[in-house]
Design a protein around this ligand. Structure first.
Ligand SMILES: Nc1ncnc2c1ncn2[C@@H]1O[C@H](COP(=O)(O)OP(=O)(O)OP(=O)(O)O)[C@@H](O)[C@H]1O
Length: 266
């Protein structure tokens, strides 16, 4: 992972994640839910994609399948040519959840260094790496504070830094900014793109928000519920770097309308 590159070309068209005909059924004593039905998609190396859809359409399920936290009842998943399990074991993923899940009794830098500690990295190297990651997310001045001393947005930036500690090729993000106010969310969208520009990895981002998915992504995968399935794939041709002004452009509004239409067609 290079933290110094300032501009990169993200779409190299090398398939990084491939899902083929995925079906996911949750069966319990009381319920039998077909959460995903015949989902096939490819994500290129270095691409930023969003999984967008209403509650219950299977976005989190899809993300958990990619991370090999659960296994599909049918279909195959490949990550850089490996199975999802092999990819997980070789630590290709970093995950950021909706809630930052930080340990309040550990300093910010110790939270970021946790994955390194668990894999036996020396204290001095952990400290160096944690400070580098905190600088990446603009929080180097808060390294010695505790999570409860930070705002919700800052806490989520700490969680992003921690998810990047093992230098994952793929960052999976499950509605990381949905608990934040609109202003913080828009600022963090921009900051996330700036981090992505430096680390050049693949990002899969789950959201309910159409504008957020457009602002961030190269492509938006639109999912529809009952059962969850892929109803559209929308290319986002807005130039990069994305700027807040683009949110008010005619192109942006056209993309919003296009994605809304793809929901209405379901
Ligand atoms: N562990 C589980 N056991 C049984 N059903 C489940 C389980 N997890 C999810 N489901 C069901 O699968 C469907 C898809 O759920 P999922 O959480 O993936 O959707 P989602 O699009 O991420 O929703 P949200 O936006 O509300 O988080 C839903 O009907 C949900 O109730």
């Amino acid at each position: 992972m290079s933290l110094t590159a300032s501009t990169v070309t993200h779409q190299t068209h090398i398939p990084e994640i491939q899902l083929n005909n995925i079906e996911m059924r949750y069966s319990t004593d009381t319920a039998d839910v077909l959460a995903l039905h015949q989902v096939s998609l490819d994500i290129a190396k270095g691409e930023f994609v969003s999984l967008l859809g209403p509650s219950g359409c299977g976005k989190t399920t899809l993300l958990r399948l990619m991370a090999d936290l659960i296994q599909p009842t049918n279909g195959t998943i490949h990550v850089a040519g490996k199975t999802a399990k092999e990819a997980r074991l070789s630590q290709k993923y970093g995950i950021v959840f909706q809630s930052p899940v930080l340990y309040d009794w550990r300093k910010v830098k110790q939270n970021v260094a946790l994955p390194l500690e668990l894999t036996g990295v020396s204290k001095s190297e952990r400290e160096r790496k944690a400070l580098e990651l905190l600088e990446l997310v603009g929080l180097e001045k808060f390294a010695d504070q505790y999570p409860w001393q930070l705002s919700g947005g800052m806490q989520q930036r700490v969680a992003i830094a921690r998810a990047l500690a093992m230098e994952p090729e793929i960052l999976l993000m499950d509605e990381p900014f949905s608990a934040l106010d609109e202003f913080s969310r828009e600022r963090l969208n921009e900051e996330l793109l700036s981090v992505w520009n430096k680390i050049q990895n693949t990002i899969v981002f789950v959201t309910h928000s159409i504008p957020e998915s457009i602002f961030l992504s190269d492509r938006v995968f639109v999912l529809s519920p009952h059962p969850g399935r892929l109803s559209a794939v929308v290319e986002i041709p807005l130039p990069r770097p994305r700027t807040q002004e683009m949110r008010n452009s005619p192109e942006f509004f056209e993309l919003i309308a296009q994605i809304r239409d793809s929901f209405e067609g379901v």
